[in-house]
Design a protein around this ligand. Structure first.
Ligand code: BT5
Length: 319
């Protein structure tokens, strides 16, 4: 708490000195306590000048997705109010699973680096240090378990809208969980849940966005990209993180109140899949045909050569 208040004061006076006495008066703590916290902040990467007469001056903040850096841009009511930041983790989805029953709805877990980031079906997700947004959001919706897959779509449109809002570039959704920029994957979403037959305990939405990454492993070259590589400028991860969470809360609430029908037109408008000849590897087997639409349940409707229309709940699409 003290740390957050101290940071707020330093940020408000960024580029100017603020005396140790003033800080200690305003925060109602000793100057030694201020000095201790300043040292901690410096260790985290805040550049703070200390002058024996003038006091302390914040020069620059570290490029870290800690709460104090992201929250100035957050406009949410519940998503991100409980916010856990880690420098390194195996997978934010794994950690979220361990925490889910003990933490409030809307808890966010975010990491600078994942050493065992996961995709769907046991695939791995490359999550290099400090270059992306690797986060999981714990949600506790009062919906039927089979509806949870819709939340992948809710998350997908939130990421697309956030990228548009912050960087004015249009990305597309490759149904069901990829965000594509200039034909390459810039973001992947992994939705997992724990449920009873007719009740969801929690849903975890894992979102991985390649923001400033510029060095993908050989097997991803040509398939993966980052906002930096596509826009040619280093991107502010903090603003994008907050914007994704702001949009997620907006579209999640809209989905809960108005149903998938509200989300559906946006999913269709932003889809890169609809209208194309595709191949889907789904539970039902391999299906080839034309992707026609997304139905009211969020399933992809595919018309086969024989003219049969199939609704697919989840799968891997290739074009
Ligand atoms: C996904 O799976 O796209 C879901 C990715 C979810 C990642 C987030 S990060 C935060 C949270 N914590 C986690 O542990 N996971 C979530 P899928 O559709 O199965 O795609 C996986 C495939 O994408 C891999 O097999 C690679 O081909 C490719 N891939 C791996 N890392 C990538 C990256 N950084 N960028 C683009 N493509 C990648």
């Amino acid at each position: 708490m003290l740390r957050s208040k101290l940071l707020k004061l330093l940020k408000e006076n960024k580029g100017e000195y603020i005396s140790g006495q003033k800080l200690s008066d305003q925060l109602n703590v000793s100057r030694t306590a201020i000095w201790k916290h300043i040292n901690e902040l410096k260790n985290e990467g805040y550049q703070i000048e200390a002058h024996h007469k003038l006091g302390y001056m914040l020069v620059s903040e570290p490029d870290l997705l800690i709460y104090e850096e992201v929250s100035p841009y957050l406009t949410t009511n519940f998503i991100g109010k409980n916010y856990i930041h880690k420098l390194v983790i195996d997978s934010t989805n794994n950690f979220a699973k361990e925490m889910a029953s003990k933490v409030p709805d809307g808890t966010v877990i975010i990491a600078e680096e994942q050493i065992a980031g996961r995709g769907r079906l046991g695939r791995s997700w490359i999550s290099q240090k400090g270059c992306g947004i690797w986060m999981s959001i714990i949600l506790k919706p009062n919906i039927q378990p089979q509806e949870a897959l819709n939340l992948t779509q809710v998350a997908a449109i939130s990421v697309v809208k956030a990228i548009e809002e912050v960087f004015h570039v249009e990305s597309k959704i490759k149904w069901p969980n990829d965000i594509i920029l200039n034909n390459k994957k810039v973001c992947g979403i992994l939705t997992e849940m724990s449920s009873e037959i007719d009740k969801i305990n929690y849903v975890i939405i894992g979102i991985g966005v390649n923001v400033n990454c510029d060095n993908f492993p050989e097997e991803l070259k040509g398939k993966a990209t980052s906002l930096y590589l596509e826009t040619n400028s280093k991107v502010d991860r903090k603003k994008l993180t907050a914007s994704i969470l702001n949009n997620l809360e907006f579209y999640y609430n809209a989905y809960l109140q108005k149903g998938f029908e509200y989300i559906r037109p946006i999913c269709i408008e932003k889809s890169i899949t609809i209208g194309r000849q595709i191949k889907v590897i789904a539970n039902e087997g391999e299906i080839e045909g034309k992707a026609v639409t997304i139905d009211n349940n969020g399933s992809l409707v595919v018309e086969t050569k024989e003219g049969k229309r199939l609704s697919i709940m989840s799968g891997d699409v290739s074009v």
